[in-house]
Ligand binder design. Structure first.
Ligand SMILES: Cc1cc2nc3c(=O)[nH]c(=O)nc-3n(C[C@H](O)[C@H](O)[C@H](O)COP(=O)(O)OP(=O)(O)OC[C@H]3O[C@@H](n4cnc5c(N)ncnc54)[C@H](O)[C@@H]3O)c2cc1C
Length: 487
């Protein structure tokens, strides 16, 4: 996994912000008319702009509340879950659309909107290949997610920058520091026909022939909204982009939109303490590390999806946990791009502050503040059960080496925490990305795409389905909106 940090990202997008602001047509700014207005310039919004322009829209406005475009899409891990790709075939990975469809439903415990899952599967590879052929961006590798290696590692920053450039070159007006706040609804027909936004204290009216696509991302940065939907999430760290305030959700609610999956709001595991970027996340429990609580006891099946592990961790005393592993497991993790940067310094004799090393397990436990005797007992029991051929975990969802004993010195312990990457629940949409009201009726002229929506994931999201959902439903929303405007 390449190392991204906020400063580099901001530097990368500084030009975009300037261009976007300069693109503001000053004379017509306070009342501008468009074929389509898109709120939010992350993966979903920028994709919608490109696809709408490609489908025949002539004037498209993208409103972005922040000084820079990109949202969480630009700072994410870049994992894009998609089935049946050329890369999978090249690597002899067995997968199919039908298997992916079933996995989403199974992991989501069939609480998903099947219509959304079908639409996502039907359009996913098409959008993925569009990114490859139109933006020239290829996956570097594929990592496991829900049993199958289908999370394709893309460079998210390059991808979003490519979308931005493409949208601009096709003629989109992208307005940065322009925060949308209210939807305009025709009193007689109930149709959404534009929105109001604020920039520098001044109000702008954006009229739209087709309507509005909400692509405002999640609400990971809105503590009050998090507490309202899941009190235990209130104190969990969030590294979502700053614009993840739930504005789109509020706007959609104000015109009667329904909500989906709100009860399944979940964090992600495992992060170093006080995380600030996705680089502070490790998947080492999938490569063999054992997870213990403050009593030094195992309490969870380490092969579960990382959101489910997060739930269990939050139920432990103080919401605390530790990852315990040995040199062999560290080397296994080194072979995987997602984790390499975390464990590579140890190869050079450097012990980073987020991990403790000991010549013996007991030494490491003492330094980590865990009970050395209890930890030794837990690990011994774990190793013995491996030898007996009865893996102490349930279904193994990842690579085979995950069933390694913790036995080869030196030993390592990392205090690990839960963090919110995204909120993965929100406005109810149908398979055409049309926003539905609380009774399931379409709100005419309103579409939503990406993290602002709920329904695709059900109880648990699969790694790589957030980034892809944004772009796939950005495509779907744009095509539906423009087809409707033409007819
Ligand atoms: C650190 C991190 C790592 C992640 N890693 C992965 C991963 O590897 N794979 C995966 O599948 N998912 C991942 N996710 C989740 C995934 O990145 C997001 O769910 C997805 O990219 C969201 O895309 P989006 O377009 O819906 O929202 P965003 O990309 O967040 O874009 C929304 C945009 O709307 C803007 N906006 C908000 N309100 C307004 C308003 N009122 N007016 C105008 N503009 C507004 C925001 O500023 C933002 O630019 C990760 C998330 C984070 C934070």
């Amino acid at each position: 996994m390449p190392s991204f940090n906020r400063r580099r990202i901001l530097a990368g997008f500084a030009g975009c912000a300037l261009e976007g602001v300069m693109g503001l047509p000053a004379a017509s700014a306070s009342e501008a008319a468009y074929d389509l207005v898109i709120v939010g310039a992350g993966g979903a919004g920028l994709t919608a702009a490109c696809i709408a322009l490609g489908a025949g829209a002539r004037r498209v406005a993208v409103l972005e509340s922040e000084p820079v475009v990109g949202g969480s899409s630009a700072i994410c891990g870049g994992l894009w879950a998609v089935s049946g790709t050329e890369l999978q075939r090249k690597l002899h990975i067995q997968d199919s659309d039908e298997r992916f469809y079933q996995d989403i439903l199974e992991i989501g415990q069939h609480r998903n909107s099947e219509e959304q899952v079908r639409a996502y599967i039907d359009n996913n590879r098409r959008q993925f290949n569009w990114v490859r052929s139109t933006l020239g961006i290829e996956a570097r590798t594929v990592v496991p997610g829900a049993g199958v290696e289908r999370a394709h590692a893309m460079n998210p920053r390059a991808l979003v920058a490519g979308l931005y450039r493409r949208a601009r070159s096709m003629g989109a007006d992208i307005f940065c520091s322009m925060r949308a706040g209210t939807l305009d609804q025709d009193r007689r027909s109930g149709r959404i026909c534009g929105c109001q936004a604020v920039k520098g204290g001044k109000i702008y009216n954006f009229k739209s022939r087709a309507g509005v696509v909400l692509a405002t991302g999640g609400f990971g940065r809105n503590r009050a909204m998090l507490a309202a939907f899941s009190p235990r999430m209130r104190f969990v760290s969030s590294i979502s982009a700053q614009g993840s305030r739930g504005d789109g959700l509020r706007m959609a609610r104000s015109v009667g939109a329904g909500l989906s999956d709100m009860q399944y709001l979940r964090g992600s595991y495992a992060f170093t303490l006080n995380p600030s970027t996705v680089d502070d996340m490790t998947l080492i429990s999938y490569y063999g590390a054992v997870i213990v609580n403050s009593d030094s006891h195992r309490f969870v099946d380490e092969s579960l999806p990382y959101q489910k592990i997060a739930d269990s961790v939050l139920m432990q005393t103080g919401g605390r946990s530790w990852l315990v592993f040995d040199e062999k497991i560290r080397k296994e993790a080194l072979a995987h791009p997602f984790d390499r940067h975390l464990w590579e310094p140890l190869s050079r004799g450097r012990v980073p502050s987020y991990v403790i090393r000991g010549r013996t397990l007991k030494e490491a436990a003492g330094a980590a503040g865990l009970d050395p005797v209890e930890l030794q007992k837990s690990i011994d029991a774990y190793n013995v059960s491996l030898k007996g051929g009865h893996p102490p975990r349930g279904k193994l969802s990842n690579a085979d080496p995950a069933l390694l004993p913790v036995a080869e010195p030196p030993f390592f312990i990392m205090p690990a925490t839960v963090c919110l990457l995204g909120t993965y629940c929100g406005v109810t949409i149908d398979g055409h990305a049309r926003v539905l009201d609380r009774k399931g009726h379409v709100i005419p002229g309103l579409w939503a795409a990406g993290e602002v929506t709920g329904g695709l994931h059900g109880t648990t999201f699969i790694m790589g389905t957030g980034f892809s959902k944004a772009q796939v439903f950005g495509r779907i929303a744009a095509l539906d909106a423009i087809a409707g405007a033409k007819s």
